[in-house]
Design a protein around this ligand. Structure first.
Ligand SMILES: Cc1cc2nc3c(=O)[nH]c(=O)nc-3n(C[C@H](O)[C@H](O)[C@H](O)COP(=O)(O)OP(=O)(O)OC[C@H]3O[C@@H](n4cnc5c(N)ncnc54)[C@H](O)[C@@H]3O)c2cc1C
Length: 583
């Protein structure tokens, strides 16, 4: 091999060039790596099964003995999902004894956006009851309401599949060792029936004479005749105790009283509650927000629904027009996508392909810098989205002369059509319903800069103290007095001072921009990424260099090993000639 070194020396140049080129395309390669899995809102210890999209088919739709499933699709950054998590965990704990009949699973759509498309949903949290007799292809489910009584809804869903849950009709004999009686609607007795299913068959019937939510337990004699009352109670633990003598000795112990597993979601007493310092947006966070908005949120809605595609298309154009000339990295992603945008809505697959062609990763990154929360599910994506829109208004404000398209109308349409936190989108829709009357259809740059600032402060006030409020970064009027004392409410020229502050915090001089002045030549990619038969020019250059390397290696080996090759190389290809060995 040492002998081969001189012959290989001509390879070094193309190899070095190739390495340099690969290094220069580094961010693109890094983007396509799967995002590090951020901690989700649920763990297996919460009595739910956290699933990946790829597991869904195997876990929910197959298996020897199929169960019914209650599947929650959530998004770990959605405030409403965070607020709902303790309720769902408590519910999961309450029904954990029913795992023989129904399983509870969760999927974080922040990581697996395909799940929303598969079920044709675009709002989180979504609760899907999937009966055991349905198939993956059918995509059948019943939607439960996360704001109504979950127990009642689940019992109603299970009733057609569990005959014991149907009340005894008058004259019908209880073909079970025990009978439960309860004034309608039989919530407690139906819970007891599901608890006991594997070991004891129970039936129930309405008894209007019982009050206070009590259930009467009676033993049914095997030989028929009148049932003997064992006792009466409104407490599920007491009722379980009453039923114990009826269970066969081998029966599994009844589920213990559900411990309260109310998850502590960002309680102020958490050790993480030391205050962090708010920071201006970073390029990484702006880029992650853009990627998530387009790869995850926009890809999860039907682009051919009225108004959706124009909202997505205008959003991409807006991003491109305000950001591409300021940041080489953002320009690399946005320019090819903006150049592709068709007038008619593309198919879902075509949209994903266009994103991939433009260099977007298939899974959005989930590492945050200025939007990093004290817990993995706090701050993150929605924070980056606010920052992105403030940045857009500040960039437009900074380019006073050529101010570009207004931000607010586009932002509003995109949030309402695509933001995966549907609850947030609805609130934003209501909160900005009078926007056009207030600031006009084509608001001036300074007007929309301050409008968004005020609206965001209204949202901060509403959400202060909620469980999605990160105790390390408590929601409050922004900027704080420490950041800008002249911006305080009631201060002289507070609005003008706030505008100047927002420009410093978000504008092109804030640090995220590689070219604060904005220069379209600067922002053009060094090597054009325009498609040639489906390949970008960058791809073609890389392939050509690889080809040159392989050819050089073959030539070197031929020169070295074959007699005619050695002769030819000695005569014609001087760089391949061995240097004379020192005497
Ligand atoms: C359009 C929209 C609507 C939402 N609606 C809801 C909702 O209804 N319910 C819900 O639970 N969650 C909602 N969210 C999420 C919520 O507002 C927060 O984004 C999330 O809780 C993360 O909070 P955060 O502490 O990172 O600060 P965020 O409110 O996300 O703010 C991000 C950063 O922006 C800066 N900032 C704060 N206020 C201002 C301001 N007035 N002007 C300029 N910069 C500011 C700060 O540096 C802050 O860290 C919404 C998000 C968006 C984008």
């Amino acid at each position: 091999p040492a002998d081969l070194m001189p012959s290989l020396s001509p390879l070094l140049l193309p190899l070095a060039a190739l390495l340099l080129l690969l290094a220069s395309t580094g961010p693109r390669a890094a983007h396509s790596a799967p995002a590090a899995a951020g901690a989700a809102l649920y763990q297996a210890s919460d009595h739910v099964t956290p699933l990946k999209f790829d597991d869904l088919r195997a876990v929910v739709y197959s298996g020897e003995r199929r169960r019914h499933w209650l599947l929650q699709l959530y998004h770990r950054y959605c405030g409403h999902c965070i607020n709902f998590a303790p309720t769902f965990k408590q519910f999961a704990s309450d029904v954990k004894g029913w795992s023989h009949t129904v399983g509870l699973a969760v999927i974080d759509s922040a990581d697996f956006a395909q799940v929303m498309t598969h079920y044709g949903l675009n709002g989180v949290p979504s609760l899907l009851f999937i009966p055991s007799n349905t198939s993956w292809e059918q995509k059948y489910f019943s939607l439960l309401n996360s704001e109504a009584n979950l127990m009642e809804q689940l019992l109603n869903q299970l009733q057609p599949f569990v005959p014991q849950l149907v009340p005894l009709q008058s004259g019908e004999a209880a073909n079970s060792p025990a009978l439960l009686e309860e004034a309608s609607p039989g919530r407690l007795s139906r819970r007891l029936i599901l608890d006991s299913l594997p070991s004891l068959s129970l039936r129930w019937r309405p008894n209007a004479g019982l009050s206070g939510g009590a259930v009467r337990v009676s033993r049914v004699p095997a030989a028929g005749g009148g049932a003997a009352a064992l006792g009466e109670s409104a407490s599920i633990d007491e009722l379980r105790r009453l039923l114990t003598p009826l269970r066969p000795p081998s029966a599994v112990a009844p589920p213990a009283a559900a411990p309260s597993v109310m998850a502590k979601v960002a309680q102020p007493s958490d050790s993480s509650s030391s205050h962090g310092e708010l920071r201006p947006p970073t390029l990484d966070d702006l880029r992650s927000g853009i990627i998530r908005a387009l790869v995850s949120d926009a890809a999860a809605v039907s682009l051919d629904k009225p108004g959706v595609w124009p909202a997505v298309r205008d959003f991409v154009r807006l991003l491109n027009s305000h950001l591409s000339a300021r940041s080489l990295e953002l320009g690399r992603l946005l320019r090819p996508l903006a150049a592709w945008l068709p007038e008619e809505p593309p198919s879902h697959d075509r949209w994903l392909r266009a994103l991939a062609d433009a260099g977007f990763p298939t899974r959005p990154p989930d590492a945050w810098v200025s939007c990093r929360g004290s817990k993995p599910f706090l701050r993150g994506y929605p924070c980056s989205l606010w920052q992105l829109f403030h940045t857009l208004t500040a960039v437009r404000f900074a380019t006073a002369g050529a101010s570009g398209p207004p931000v607010m109308p586009v932002m509003r349409r995109f949030i309402i059509a695509c933001f995966s936190c549907r609850y947030c989108a609805e609130n934003f829709d209501k909160g900005t319903a009078g926007m056009e009357a207030e600031i006009g259809a084509q608001p001036a740059p300074g007007v929309e800069l301050l409008y968004l600032w005020r609206k965001h402060n209204t949202v901060n006030k509403r959400l202060s103290g909620e469980s999605s409020d990160d105790p390390a970064y408590p929601k409050a009027r922004f900027p704080s007095a420490a950041l800008c004392s002249e911006c305080a409410e009631g201060a002289a020229s507070a609005d003008a001072n706030a505008a100047a502050f927002l420009l410093r915090w978000y504008g092109p001089g804030a640090g995220w921009a590689s070219h604060p002045e904005g220069d379209s030549d600067f922002a053009k990619p060094a090597i054009s990424t325009v498609d040639i038969m489906g390949f970008s020019r960058l791809d073609l250059v890389i392939v050509a260099l690889c080809f040159a390397c392989v050819l050089s290696v073959l030539l070197a080996v031929w020169c070295r090993l074959s007699r005619s090759g050695r002769r030819l190389c000695r005569r014609g290809l001087s760089p391949f000639r061995r240097s004379p060995s020192p005497v």
